[in-house]
Design a protein around this ligand. Structure first.
Ligand code: AMP
Ligand code: ZN
Length: 114
């Protein structure tokens, strides 16, 4: 399967990774839409929120807790967590990803270390 985020998940394609474990990888968006814009993806290929099965509970939980930890480490006071779902929902890449968007007016450096 020719999925760009599967390749990033496996480390076959370069990414500005800020966190990784067995289940997830988090990396900076290549075209940031906020001063801080990080994507959190499961290493397992799941197309979108619309394709979730009940046995994906742990993965969804891991995405959200990872996002929370990264936001805390960067020092974001507030942020948005976004899943785009389907073309009509703005989803361009068909591998589940959680957008962390923040850093507005906080003086947070774009390249803040995590
Ligand atoms: P979405 O519109 O929800 O599918 O979001 C896909 C996001 O992936 C966009 O914000 C893109 O800028 C981002 N993106 C695409 N290719 C890469 C890449 N190679 N590395 C990092 N982010 C990427
Ligand atoms: Zn994939």
């Amino acid at each position: 399967m020719d999925c760009i985020f599967c390749k990033i998940a496996r480390g076959e394609l370069a990414s500005d990774t800020v966190y990784e474990n067995n289940a997830v990888r988090a990396f900076r968006d290549i075209h940031p839409k906020a001063p801080v814009h990080v994507l959190v993806i499961p290493k397992q290929h799941i197309e979108s929120i619309a394709h979730l099965e009940t046995d994906h509970n742990e993965i969804i939980s891991a995405l959200i807790y990872t996002a929370k930890d990264i936001a805390a480490k960067i020092g974001l006071k507030g942020y948005k967590l976004v899943f785009n779902v389907g073309r009509e929902g703005g989803q361009v890449i068909d591998h589940l990803h959680l957008h962390i968007l923040g850093g507005w007016g906080e003086g947070v450096e774009k390249k803040a270390e995590v």
